[in-house]
Design a protein around this ligand. Sequence first.
Ligand code: C2O
Ligand code: CU
Length: 457
Amino acid sequence: MKILKFVIASVFLALLILFLPSKEVRVRESFSDEFNGAYREEIVENGNVVDVDLVASEGEIELIDGSTTKVWSYNNSIPGPEIRLKLGDRLKINFRNDLLQETTIHFHGMRVPNQMDGVPGVTQDPIKPGESFVYNFVPKDPGTFWFHPHVRTSEQVERGLYGVIVVEDDFKYSQDRVLVLDDWRILENHQIDPRFNTPHDLSHDGRWGNLVTVNSSSNYKLEGSPGERVRLRFVNTSNGRVYNLDFGQLKPKVIAVDGMYVKEVFDANNFDLAPGNRIDVDVIIPEEGIYAIYDVFTRGQIRLVSIIAKGEKVDTASFSYPLNRDVPDWEGVDEVLVDHKYVLNAKVIDNSIKWMINDRAFPDHQTLNLNYNEFNKIRFRNDSSRLHPMHIHGQFFKVISRNGSLANESFFRDTVLIYPKETVEIGIVPLDKGNWVNHCHILEHAAAGMTTLISVE
Ligand code: C2O
Ligand code: CU
C-alpha cells in the first residue's frame, strides 16, 4: 500500500514538473500581461469621421527671408496640415499624388491596420503620379504622431513631405503647440541640394543640413503670458540630425515620448531626440522676458525657439500630469534570455556602401517571426561607428538595457538611438498583427539597406 502511494505520488510529481511552465515561461507571461495592461488594444469608435484631403505636390516656400525655395509638400505647406482628431474618431485621408514620382504615406508611431502602414512592397503598392489612395483607420492611442512617404524616403522627406497628427485627449493646457524640427541642406542659390544619398552621407550619419528650422522657420517665436501652462510637442523629422534640447531657465518636464505618456515625468533637458522621435513637454511660462530653447547635440549650439513671455500673469492650470501608470517595470527582466539578436554594420560592395542588419542589406533580409502577445527580448548590437536610430513600425517597445546596464526608461518608444559600438536591449510584446518593417531612421542608412521585417501572427 505504502509503495503504491509512493509510486502514485512520484508519478504525479514528475507529471507536475513536466507540465508546469518553467519559471522563465511564467516570468515572460507576467511580462506580457504587464505590457498589454499599459495599452488600449482596441478602441471604441465614437462615430465621428475626420475627413482630410491631402495632396503631395511640388511648390515653394520662404525658407530664407526674401527668397523662395522649391520644395515638395503636402497641401502646399511645410509641415503639412496639422491633423488633429479626438481619441475615438476615425481618420480618413483622401490622398492624391501630384508628384512626378511614386509615393506612399506611412503613419509613424501609429498602430494602424497593417494595410494602412504605407510601406511599398510590404503593405501596399506605391501610389503612382496622378493616382489616389484612401488611408482610413481609427487611431488607438492619444499622442503626437507624424506621417511621411516611404518611397525614396531620404529624398521625399528631405524635400519637405511630412506632417503631424495629434490625437487629442482632454487635458486643458493653455496652449498646445507642435514644433517640427528639421534641417535642410541649402545651396547658395537657396535651393535644396539635389544630390541625395551621397557617398559621404551614406558613410556618415546621413544627410545633415546647414539650415535648422522649427516649423520651417529659422527664427521661431512663441508668445504666451506668464503663468500659462503649455504643451510643446517636439517632432524630429530630419533625415539624420539628432537634437538635444537645452531649455535654459525654463523648467520643462517630459510627459510623453514617441506619442505615449510616460510613467513618471522627467527633466526635458538632455534627451536625445533622434530622427523619428517625439517628446511632449509640459512647461509653465515664467515671468516676462525672452526664453530661448537651444539644440546642444553638436558643439555649436543652435537657437531653435524663442519663448516671449509678456502681459498679465494668468492662473496656471493645475491638473496633474497626464501619465501612464501602467508602463511595465518588468522586475527581473535582466535575467531573461535574449530571444533575437540584430547586428548592425556596414560593408562596401561594388564600391558602394551597404548598411546591413545581420549581414543582409534590404531587400535581402530574414523575416523575424513573432507571436502575438508574447514577450520578446531583442538585442541590437551596433558594430559600426555611426548612429542608428532603430524604428519598428506598428509596435511600441521599452528599452531594457544599454551596454549591459539596466536602462532607467519608464516609457515606451517606437525609435531608439543606438550609439556607435553600443548594445541596446529592448522588450516588446507585439499586439498588432502583420508585416512590419524595422529600420534605421537615418534615411540614408535605410536607403542603403538598413531595413528588415518583423512578422506578427
Ligand atoms: Cu518614420 Cu519607416 O518610418
Ligand atoms: Cu543607421
